[in-house]
Structures are given as structure tokens and as C-alpha cells.
Design a protein around this ligand. Structure first.
Ligand code: ZN
Length: 160
């Protein structure tokens, strides 16, 4: 069965940056399961999955524009520590999650003061070209409920 709109695809991936530095892998856990065509992964990876079938292995290089976006220099914000649940443990370079009007956002700590923290609002992967080594494990039809929710239920699923 091929990967197409409203099907569930289970795949393993190894993610590295342009220089070949390993960033992340699904190999130590279950394959990632996504409902295809519902923007559950970055656009460049979703486009590369289309049409593939179980057992396919391929490599795709995703430019920042098709990944987590370009970096915006100077896109920082000063946040009161009381809004950050893990404020005491933050040091420059730490990542934390900020609640914003458009949902939770992963940010990087630049500077820690006594009552405020300066954060970089760019996604940690913004501005980076990402190389995915993908292995398609399985492709199946989605249940009507999964299509209605826009995400996968069951093994490998994130959220409910
Ligand atoms: Zn659901």
C-alpha cells in the first residue's frame, strides 16, 4: 500500500544535520506513526513520504523553508520567571516551553536574571537543513475517527 492522503504511515527515521551530526533517531523506540496529509510532520518530510511503500528506505534533505523555518535574528523575549515552571533549573542554552497565543512554543534560554529570563523564540531547528534517513515500516488505511481527529490512534501515536 502506498503512502497517500488519509493513510497512516509508520516509519523509522534518523535525523542528522548538514554536516552529518546525528540529532535524533526513532530506532530506540517504536516507529513514528502519522496520519498522512494532515501536517503532522514538517512539510519537506511529508512530501518525501508520499507514494512510498513498506520496506522503502530513502534519504531526504529538507531545507529550512520546508522544515522549521528560517532563523529570525533578534527574535527574543524577556519572560518573568514565574511564567516558567522549571525556571530554577534554566541556564543559557536550556530549552523550555513558552505558552503563546498560537500554542506552546519551544524556546532557547539566552540569559538568566534574578527574576526574568531572556529567550530566543526561534525553533531550535530553525535555519537548519535537516537530513532524514527514512525506512517505511507499514502503511495502513486510517480509521474514520483518526481522519476526523487529524491524528493517529494506537501504537506510535502522540496525543489522544
Ligand atoms: Zn484522537
Amino acid at each position: 500500500m502506498n503512502v497517500e492522503q488519509d493513510r497512516v504511515v509508520l516509519f523509522h527515521y534518523e535525523l542528522s544535520d548538514e554536516a552529518g551530526l546525528a540529532l535524533e533517531s526513532s530506532r530506540d523506540r517504536d516507529p513514528l506513526a502519522i496520519l498522512f496529509g494532515h501536517r503532522n510532520v514538517i512539510p519537506g518530510l511529508e512530501a518525501a513520504l508520499e507514494g512510498h511503500t513498506s520496506g522503502d528506505r530513502f534519504r531526504v534533505e529538507v531545507k529550512p523553508e520546508d522544515g522549521y523555518g528560517l532563523r529570525t535574528e533578534g527574535w527574543t523575549q524577556r519572560v518573568s520567571k514565574k511564567h516558567l515552571p522549571n525556571a530554577r533549573r534554566l541556564v543559557p542554552g536550556s530549552r523550555t516551553v513558552l505558552r503563546t497565543g498560537s500554542g506552546p512554543r519551544t524556546v532557547t534560554v539566552l540569559k538568566v536574571g534574578s527574576s526574568v529570563v531572556d529567550v530566543d523564540l526561534n525553533h531550535p531547528m530553525a535555519g537548519r537543513t535537516l537530513c532524514f534517513d527514512v525506512e517505511i515500516v507499514d502503511v495502513r488505511e486510517a480509521a474514520p475517527e483518526e481522519i476526523a481527529h487529524g491524528h493517529v490512534h494506537g501504537p506510535g501515536a502522540h496525543g489522544g
